[in-house]
Design a binder for this molecule. Sequence first.
Ligand SMILES: *Cc1c(COP(=O)(O)O)cnc(C)c1O
Length: 373
Amino acid sequence: MTPKIASFLDTQPATPCLVLDLDRVAENYAALRRALPAAKIYYAVKANPAAPILDLLAARGSCFDAASLPEIEMCLAAGAPASAISFGNTVKKPSAIAAAHKLGVPLYAFDSIEELEKIAAHAPGAKVYCRIAVNNEGAEWPLSKKFGTTLDRAKVLMLAAPALGLVPHGLSFHVGSQQTGTAAYETAIAEVAMLFTDLKAAGVELKMLNLGGGFPIRYLSDVPEADAFGTAIMDAMVEHFGNDLPEILIEPGRSMVGNAGVVASEVVLVCRRMEADARRWVYLDIGRYGGLAETEGEAIRYRITAGNGQTGPVVLAGPSCDGVDVIYEKTPYHLPLELKSGDRVLIHDTGAYVTTYASQNFNGFAPLQEYYV
Ligand SMILES: *Cc1c(COP(=O)(O)O)cnc(C)c1O
């Protein structure tokens, strides 16, 4: 936890709340720039669209990956030019495409002929890039099945783009979020490089490769540093593209904001459920519906602290009356034996994918408060 967050928490804000240190975001942005100086950074807005974050990144010259018209409007409000925005969702409403086009957004993702035709109809002349489905092995929050197409299919689609009045600009992939290994990028780069070559031979010269997001942060276990990803990626780019490097884009979300935020919550109840189970059940005032959606399947395992003292095993659950609202049951968590109702529990590294996942008053619980310090 950063000193700024610690001193803000000393003021005892009502819980649940997220406190996020903007200096940390600035450091993360600088670290990514250093790790991959050849790449343009398109911050994945969905990770945390708070205005102070977008303002900070826009002021530093970051570009933005937006998934919807409201996200595009937030980036513009932060001072980003439309030319710095990519409409990266491969599933877009025609009205959203038309509005983005009118606002001057130049770049559109797709992964099906149907979407390509929509872009052609509502954003004539736009630059398009095709998302390739790649192996998400090593990712703790995979995105694999829902998006992307095969190399063969992408070739057909890119060749079809000019006749539709579009500019076939590049390719993209996403190796899965919280990707803990560099190999996923290396394999994906090798695959898409072949399609660049194929398309060039067929008369379509692509200009851009979008490597997506996925860069991990440290939750409970160490992960490779940004520099390790930067080196592995550039080595793979040079190996497969030689001197003919395309423009490189990255779309970090989690790695830009995740470690900048801490959620403060209050213990609502500590009790035993079954005599035979040594574990106490700890109910917090935040759970699956309060923003901790990535604890689904216990995929993302946050670091959780609650003061000092001897600890024992716990099951962690949220405050709602839904049986699914259990945060961690299989992952072994230990909290102080003296923990009681009213105590504060901190959930660390919650700057990404928390605030906007909070439900709107499920069981009457308001979404968590957000403070950017
Ligand atoms: C969610 C998303 C990202 C960000 O992914 P992280 O794993 O948070 O870095 C980037 N690009 C696209 C297209 C996304 O959907």
